[in-house]
Write a protein that binds this ligand. Structure first.
Ligand code: URA
Ligand code: SF4
Length: 241
């Protein structure tokens, strides 16, 4: 099977290895089994988040917002925290910033259903204040479990709080749109859509950065193929028997 058959959007996951064998997600596991396992892990995180008492934000939330999307998305987007609309409905990015995010995804040939969207903190900071360091720390294990379950090829950080997880001390104005490798993933820092929506220069920048996403995905996929081949075809075939 040639790489050319793997189209962005149309075929969101590379399901077969070059040798035509089904892609394995874990030892002795098919793609379907891998997807089910990821979906169950995400459901478990969401169930815990909805009743989580681990920080002060639990006292003022209406609904916790665990995140949503494809359990095996190739792209994961991480915002800051739920706003008023998100708190009301328990869903991420459904206000004005969310509408803009949908337009940005379209620039990359993607829709909300193709990606997974979540936030650094899962409960709304009162009055939309910045999340505090101890709130971010308390919530971090949920985000880490989501990343592990989805295993995205590309993570897009939206705004400075998710950026700080991979680029501590950096300035978004300096590094936006410039990916960095973290193991088998590319991390791409971008402006927060709520900030970029109403500021001409930032809006142009975030639009340009999203337009580069297909290129970053292709890069990340190439890297994974190289890794799989380095691990050797035997490691995949063995699981068939
Ligand atoms: N802003 C965010 O950072 N996250 C949301 O879910 C909505 C707005
Ligand atoms: Fe729990 Fe995170 Fe909500 Fe704090 S923000 S209560 S850690 S889910």
């Amino acid at each position: 099977m040639s790489r050319a058959t793997v189209a962005l959007g149309a075929s969101p996951r590379l399901r077969y290895t070059r040798s035509g064998l089904p892609r394995r997600h874990g030892l002795g596991e098919t793609v379907a089994e891998g997807e089910e396992r990821s979906s169950e892990a995400l459901d478990q995180v969401a169930a815990e988040v909805r009743v989580c008492p681990k920080c002060e934000l639990s006292r003022t939330r209406t609904h916790a917002v665990p995140g949503e999307g494809d359990p095996k998305a190739r792209v994961m987007l991480i915002g800051e925290g739920p706003g008023w609309h998100e708190d009301q409905r328990g869903r991420p990015f459904i206000g004005n910033a969310g509408k803009f995010l949908g337009e940005l995804l379209a620039k990359a040939g993607l829709s909300r259903e193709d990606v997974f969207i979540t936030n650094v903190v899962k409960c709304r900071p009162p009055g939309n204040r910045d999340p505090l360091p101890d709130e971010i720390a308390a919530c971090a294990p949920y985000l880490e479990r989501q990343i592990a379950a989805i295993d995205p090829e590309v993570i897009v950080t939206l705004g400075r709080f998710s950026m700080a997880r991979w680029f501590p001390g950096e300035r978004i104005s300096r590094i936006h749109g410039q990916p960095k490798r973290d193991g088998k993933r590319l991390i791409v820092p971008m402006y927060h859509p709520a900030a970029a929506l109403h500021q001409g220069a930032l809006r142009g920048a975030i639009e340009d950065d999203f337009a580069k996403l297909p290129k970053f995905l292709a890069e990340a996929e190439r890297e994974r193929e190289v890794e799989t081949e380095r691990a050797g075809p035997a490691s995949e075939q063995m699981t068939l028997f």
